[in-house]
Design a protein around this ligand. Sequence first.
Ligand code: C2E
Length: 277
Amino acid sequence: GAKGRGGNRVQFYGDINQHVAEERMELEADLKVAIKKGQLILHYPPKINVATQEVMGVEALVRWYHPKLGLVPPSKFIPIAEETPLISELGEWVLRESCRQNQAWQKQGYTPMKVSVNVSPQQFKLQNMLELVQDVLQETGMAPEYLVIELTERMLMDNSPEVSSVLKGLLELGVSIAIGDFGTGYSSLAYLGKFEATFLKIDQSFVSGMLTDKRLSNIVNAIIDLAHNLGMKVIAEGVETSEQLDYLRGQGCDFAQGYFVSRPIDERAIEDEFLTV
Ligand code: C2E
């Protein structure tokens, strides 16, 4: 052991880093298998129309049933996947599965609704998203009007011509674009002038504090006005109380999601609780 030798401490921290690195490598190896073995599942938080309370769609959020670790949340494995080409495989699976499920619901006679899919910036760089979306829509038979691609501000920040042309192509196809995490750290209004996203999402950090902090409610009001002036609809994220929903309704917010509407739930629970014929 290192005991009694110089550099003892360095070795100690080194061992910890080694351990973390090994754990990551193991998780990465497991994730490769997980995609193939069907260990990934989707949970769907519903989104409602604030004025009518009708369900307008669901978002697809990925979870991983790990054979040893149990249910692993996306915050634990998406960042790891993002550092490898695995993010493309994972993203492709999420896109295909959510379109397949939504089309299956339509085939069963439920009132059609939209499904939103998160796409990470790394996936956008690695894959031809326009081609992939076209392929998946064709394969699953789902009409483009029912697909929403969710991006973060972070992705639009780098302002690359490739990204804009893919986004324009998606919009021309009839797919909707939603911008999430709006206002949280990568603020640049420039990209909002460049293309017309369909939806702007108000981040849950603003929603959760807006009834107790006047500054936050002012920001929420401003985002709603800004979005509407630019021809976008607004989706509030992380709505947890009826008071928050009432406030948003008063401000003309279009759609809402969050624990007050429902926690993210599996497809059976969506069918039982939210779909209508
Ligand atoms: P996000 O897209 O911002 O998703 C919202 C997160 O907040 C979800 O956590 C959701 O369960 C949680 N949430 C929803 N409503 C409420 C609420 O009212 N209160 C509170 N406190 N939390 C709420 P989740 O499912 O753990 O997802 C975390 C993040 O992982 C997502 O953040 C998204 O960035 C990423 N993610 C999930 N699925 C995918 C995916 O398929 N692809 C990619 N690229 N990223 C994904």
